[in-house]
Design a protein around this ligand. Sequence first.
Ligand code: C2E
Ligand code: CA
Ligand code: CA
Length: 582
Amino acid sequence: MTLDPHLDALAAALSGTVAATPALDTLLQVLETMPVMVALLDTQRRHVYANRSYREYMGRDLPTLVGHTLAGPMGEEQFRATQAMAERALKGEVVQSEGWMPFNGGGQQRYVVRLHGPHRGPDGEIAGYFVLMQDMTERRQMQDDLFRLAYYDPVTGLANRLLLLKHMGDYQAVGEPFTLVIIDIDRFVEIRTSLGQGFANELLIDLAHRLGRDGGPVDLLARVSDHAFAMLVAGDCDAPAIEQRIAAATGIVRSARSSSGAAVFLSASIGVATWNAAHERPEDVLRDAEIATGRAREGGGARHAWFDPTMHAHVVEQVRIEHDLRHALERNENLWVAYQPIVEMVTGGLAGFEALVRWNHPERGNIPPGVFIPIAESTGLVVTLGKWVLREACLQLADWQDKRIPGSAPLFMSVNLSTRQLADPDFVNQVRDVLRETGVEPSWIKLELTESAVMEKAEQSIRLLEGLRALGIKLSIDDFGTGYSSLSYLHKLPIDSLKVDRSFVSAMHQSEENRAIVRIIVDLARLLGFDVIAEGIETTADANLLRALACDYGQGYHFARPMPPADAEALVVNEPPWREAM
Ligand code: C2E
Ligand code: CA
Ligand code: CA
């Protein structure tokens, strides 16, 4: 070994082949105990000394290291990779670096933070350099995990909303135009409820995979919400090309499969927004794309929409309606309840009413519930509104029962419930309080819920419905036949009636097939012990058909429209006019 004489002496002292001074011996003990890897190398990059941590990492003992370079234990490639650092250290610099390095000469790589610094001999000249290294693999992996958690969706492995925003922000910063396409799966919540979370995740994974593979080249594919994906396409917006992507994505969604190969018919509401000068932040582009998606959804789903500024105006309008409705509720102004008679089909007698809320806006006149209820639902205001309607309807019913001819059967009152009310854990108590306050018998009240409302939070809903049932309240499934009903659920639900959706009733006269659908619903209800209400009866023919199918109750313009309380009261105390026509 031909080291320089100073290093020769040092090597001998450090390797313990000659007796060291007491000071050096102490230092040596410290070095050998340190978890940090320490090595001293000469100008030719040959080892003079290496401490225990270093030797263990390299898988070599001191005799096989001293006098040799790292080309052996680490391989030529890694040896060359650290060449620049060694050279800088030999010029007197202290250089810090980090990276993956082979461990123990094998295939395993570990993440190491390194410091290369000069070693000066007694004459002040650079005689070699030190290397200090620390194994940071665990910390690095933790960082990677945190990064993945923060920026990627654990189910599909796609980028998440945050990473998408980051990418859009990067494009904005350099002035690169881009277009954002959101693909929101229709009715996903119902699918998940009826088919299970595992199945729903399999569908999402399949969609993510195929959108990435066959959806055309995109700059980023992300999962932006529970059931929505986003494609980020950089460059000036090429509308025909984007339309092609949308067509491809639509095809992919339509042929979704679970990993077990089970297919389910899916569609998507797709919204597109292109970055423009009006967008200050990446969030604004995402908002616009989501507004367009919402528009496609409101149009019935299975379609796409390009954002245009009037859509924004529409959203602003909705916010106004929400604000005015809140105001109306707080002051108890301009809101009233209309009552539509429900008729016993066999006798034609009045059986009850459905309470339907009405809003007479001071500037805009009558706003139909089909407009303001969805808005109230999306903001949660429907909870307060629903409570108000229930109380009004109960007060009204209590008054009418008193006015009935003694001995006549009690009337029932149907009141619509929204999903949001079902989510309120205090709901059962509130209903109990209203009943107590108004003196209404629980069995006179029938709450109507849509299938999707129940399916969305099935387990939770069932518990709540049972709570209501325990009070003695009747429950009915509204718009039956339009949702994603699963028969396996239907018989578990603590309900009393099915309300056949009016689309089936109005289609009945068209074909035998349509009549068969209604017959099946009536038979199904019988089988499960529910009674059946048909809504949307507009003609005598409809009424006769339903009577022939042994439908229990009917409701519709043929009998009466929803009407103000005073008009409804006339029906309570007198013989209803439709009876004469029977
Ligand atoms: P719904 O519960 O299905 O109510 C029946 C709707 O059908 C009512 O519309 C009623 O006026 C209408 N209708 C009744 N008979 C006929 C008929 O023969 N032909 C036709 N074409 N329509 C008929 P309305 O009052 O506009 O209510 C629309 C929806 O708004 C209701 O649908 C219900 O989902 C919701 N809604 C109304 N009031 C309330 C409420 O107090 N709370 C909640 N959560 N929703 C309500
Ligand atoms: Ca209803
Ligand atoms: Ca209905």
